[in-house]
Design a protein around this ligand. Structure first.
Ligand code: CP3
Length: 340
């Protein structure tokens, strides 16, 4: 197996930084559309052979150092009772938003049987990978998942979610505790099915104040990580907002913190306890730019990180759907040509 990714995640030396990219299996690839034009997004997630086909696209076409399971952070919320749909150009929607104590009480927590399709997909993917590179599993963090359940859709300002947190914290906490329980069990199901690492996505944490981050996000991530069967399985904690929250994220004891593009990555690394690796942190917009700009910016980051063990190259957030495929491929060639 190519162990670059796992070595870096456990802060061991590597000959070059390993590379994978958030949202690497998605709409910027023409081959994704060939599948997407025939099936709905949820069908793709729930049919193990299709989920495996999409997971393998960046493995076969880009040569990345780790694969990530093709799924979505909202499948846990759907299993709990959320009436989830995805519409092109609109994004995710819950037809039955969760806003009252009765709504929270109606959500189920014993839902692993409904998520068995994910375990099945992991087994098919591992067969296809044949031990060549590690497979990353993932789940959404409770705050980010709650925001979709409460808003019923994507949101710019999280107004309804914040109103619930501020006016009815006891309802918000009951909801977060339920999501956290399901999330820990769900990640353990993925580990039992054979993933080699897990990442927790708290995509919208940046919307929170310092105090609200501790109260409504961090403590639940800490609880999830504490409950993982994580022997030999590195845990990556990603949040948009990590430039601010990294010291708090470290208290949950992940193996890796995935950093957005606002901070200097070496400064973040040096501010963390020894043994916590960093992942990041190229601004994904750089991948729209001309190739010499892409190369220069990646090499600048690598020179900055030279001599630092525990560094995985990634973007500060996911690849946008209209980034040219050819630019992503070029970026990966630049990375794989680099030697410390
Ligand atoms: O990284 C990967 O390649 C693995 C697959 C993956 C998807 N979603 C596939 C997907 C992962 C890891 C996710 C996580 C996810 N889903 C997050 C956290 C990551 C992040 O970027 O912050 C979030 C916030 C979601 C929720 C979600 N799912 C949204 C907001 C959307 C719509 C996005 C949009 O711009 O329309 C989705 C749908 C989704 N998830 C797609 C894919 C490939 C697009 C579906 C389609 O083809 O229409």
């Amino acid at each position: 197996m190519n162990t670059l990714f796992l070595d870096a995640a456990f802060s061991k030396p590597t000959e070059r930084p390993p590379v994978w990219m958030m949202r690497q299996a998605g709409r910027f690839m023409p081959e994704y559309w060939e599948i997407k034009n025939k099936y709905s997004f949820l069908e793709m997630c729930k049919t193990p052979e299709l989920a495996a086909d999409v997971t393998m696209l960046p493995v076969d076409l880009l040569g990345i150092d780790a694969a990530i399971l093709f799924s979505d952070i909202l499948v846990t919320a759907e299993a709990m009772g959320g009436d989830l749909s995805f519409t092109q150009g609109v994004g995710p929607r819950f037809a039955n938003p969760v806003r009252s104590l009765a709504d929270v009480d109606a959500l189920e927590v014993d839902v692993l049987d409904k998520l068995q399709y994910v375990a099945d997909a992991i087994k098919v993917i591992q067969q296809r990978l044949g031990g060549s590179i590690p497979l990353i599993g993932f789940a959404g963090a409770p705050f980010t998942v709650m925001s979709y359940l409460v808003e019923g859709a994507s949101s710019k300002d999280f107004k309804t979610t914040k109103l619930l947190m501020h006016n009815h914290p006891e309802i918000a906490h009951k909801l977060l505790a339920k999501i956290a329980k399901v999330t820990a069990e769900y990640l353990n199901l993925q580990i039992a099915a054979g993933v080699n690492a897990v990442q927790i996505f708290d995509s919208w944490a940046l919307a929170l104040s310092w105090n609200d981050y501790q109260e409504f996000s961090h403590r639940y991530i800490q609880e999830i990580i504490a409950n993982l069967n994580r022997k030999d399985i590195p845990v990556i904690s990603f949040c948009k907002g990590s430039s601010v929250f990294a010291p708090v994220m470290a208290e949950a004891k992940p193996d890796v913190i995935s950093v957005d593009w606002n901070a200097d990555l070496l400064n973040i690394k040096n501010s963390l306890p020894a043994g916590i690796a960093v992942q990041g942190n190229l601004d994904p917009h750089i991948l729209y730019a001309d190739k010499p700009v892409i190369k220069k910016t990646i090499l600048q980051l690598f020179e900055r990180m030279r001599g630092t063990d525990g560094f995985i190259f990634n973007l500060g957030h996911g690849i946008m759907p209209d980034i040219p495929f050819d630019h992503v491929k070029y970026a990966i060639e630049v990375i794989k040509d680099f030697k410390y």
